[in-house]
Design a protein around this ligand. Structure first.
Ligand SMILES: *Cc1c(COP(=O)(O)O)cnc(C)c1O
Length: 423
């Protein structure tokens, strides 16, 4: 459930007409709803309330400081995947003791930063990383708390680019190898194994693979305990999907109940790393129609947002609902619908936001809302075609706040230099 709704033919975010934001801030612009963000975190966390747990928001989904603040005020931590994300999290005031660090390619400098910050634990993805971590921890004199990220080899049944728990993926450590590695950590003075971790993929719409992975983690946990290794944290990753179109992902309540049922008696703290499910449907991308272009085959609606702003359709063939911000009353009659491709200004045929969509009549200057753009929207945006990145706006009741300014042309060339001999 979210707080983007029509009132008298005008699309609102909470109490603010989106048209006002488009007029005042300009387009393209990302708009997030605070009420929706908070509701999603509450609804996600609630089913785990009967067990010790920590929600570590996977901040790569949407890493604006204001969003991090909203979640951390409610007690959430974060799952980071880079030194840059650690910097953002600390800047937003996230408690280091609520930060877990995932990713297959942690650099020595990033490991040092996380050790110095005193994060809760590193989710280690390889033997080589474990060895480097021991070296860095020793040199800083700071013990590294770790979980091994195991690759449970289950098929998450999602897009191949966002599947991460299959043996052919680069993530995690084979379950058979993980037990040996845990034993090796007992000989490492600066490594303290405290958890087991996995994350099998994103936009998961079935419970089966998730539970299968949990089952494998529990098996390892029991084995480790019988070997005298005290595991206190069970990190089952993120990945719960959201409805973009016709998908019917499990409700957080179903997901939570099934997981809690399996781990209730284990005496561990559960760590969850949701990303998309918290922010996906709490944000939209607002854009304006620049041109209509009719060809022999198609009607193109050319808008001022593009694949550099929202790459999901181009990259994953993802579906985003597109709605008119202002409906004309006549549009209630379905025969007025036209089939269009909604495309951006970028010089690639892959630059589209929606294909073969039925839309009410649109004209130059109309505003469109690309729905479900809160996750992997702004955070995956780029400056391709030298397009300044869009601003981000947070709606809070009757007010809205610019939480990231629109980039300027000067921002585009910041840090670039022409060598003197070419001047
Ligand atoms: C991306 C990621 C997540 C979050 O995935 P969602 O599908 O957005 O919930 C969680 N954990 C790890 C390790 C990730 O890489």
């Amino acid at each position: 459930m979210n707080f983007f709704e029509y009132v008298n033919n005008e699309l609102y975010c909470e109490k603010v007409p989106l048209k006002n934001i488009a007029d005042e801030v300009g387009t393209p612009v990302f708009v997030y709803s605070r009420q929706t963000l908070e509701r999603h975190l509450r609804v996600f966390s609630e089913p785990f309330s009967s067990v010790s747990h920590l929600v570590c928001y996977s901040m790569k989904a949407c890493s604006n400081l204001a969003i991090l603040k909203i979640f951390s005020r409610l007690g959430a931590g974060v799952d980071i995947v880079s030194g840059g994300e650690l910097y953002r999290a600390l800047s937003a005031g996230v408690e280091p003791s609520r930060i877990v660090y995932s990713g297959v390619g942690k650099r020595a400098s990033e490991i040092d930063e996380a050790l110095l910050a005193g994060i809760l634990m590193f989710n280690v993805e390889s033997e080589a990383e474990l060895e480097l971590l021991e070296i860095r921890a020793r040199s800083l004199g700071i013990k590294a708390r770790i979980a091994l990220r195991v690759n449970p080899d289950v098929d998450p049944k999602t897009h191949p680019y966002i599947s991460t728990g299959l043996q052919k993926n680069k993530f995690g450590i084979d379950t058979s190898r993980a037990l040996d590695l845990y034993k090796q950590t007992l000989k490492m003075d600066w490594i303290e194994p405290i958890g087991i971790d996995c994350h099998i993929g994103s936009q998961l719409t079935e419970l089966g693979p998730i539970l299968e992975a949990v089952e494998k983690l529990v098996g390892i946990l029991e084995q480790l305990r019988s070997d005298g290794i005290d595991i206190q944290y069970l990190d089952i990753g993120g990945g719960l999907g959201i409805p973009y179109d016709q998908e019917e992902p499990p409700m957080p309540s179903e997901y939570g109940a099934a997981v809690v049922e399996r781990m209730r008696d284990l005496g561990v703290t559960l760590i969850l790393e949701p990303g998309r499910v918290l922010v996906g449907n709490a944000g939209i991308l607002l854009t304006q129609v620049l041109y209509l272009k009719k060809t022999k085959k198609k009607l193109f609606v050319i808008v001022d947002a593009a694949m550099n702003d929202l790459i999901r359709p181009s990259l994953y063939d993802a579906h985003h609902v597109v709605q008119k911000v202002t409906l004309r009353p006549s549009q209630s009659s379905p025969d007025k619908l036209i089939t269009v491709d909604i495309v951006g200004p970028i010089c690639e045929s892959g630059d589209y936001l929606a294909k073969s969509r039925e839309l009410g009549e649109v004209a130059f200057g109309d505003h469109l809302a690309v729905m479900s753009a809160g996750a992997y929207g702004f955070s995956m945006s780029s400056n391709y075609n030298s397009r300044p990145r869009a601003p981000e706006v947070l709606v809070d009741g009757e007010n809205y706040y610019i939480i990231r300014e629109r980039e300027t042309y000067a921002d585009l060339v910041r840090g670039e230099r022409i060598p003197p001999h070419l001047q």
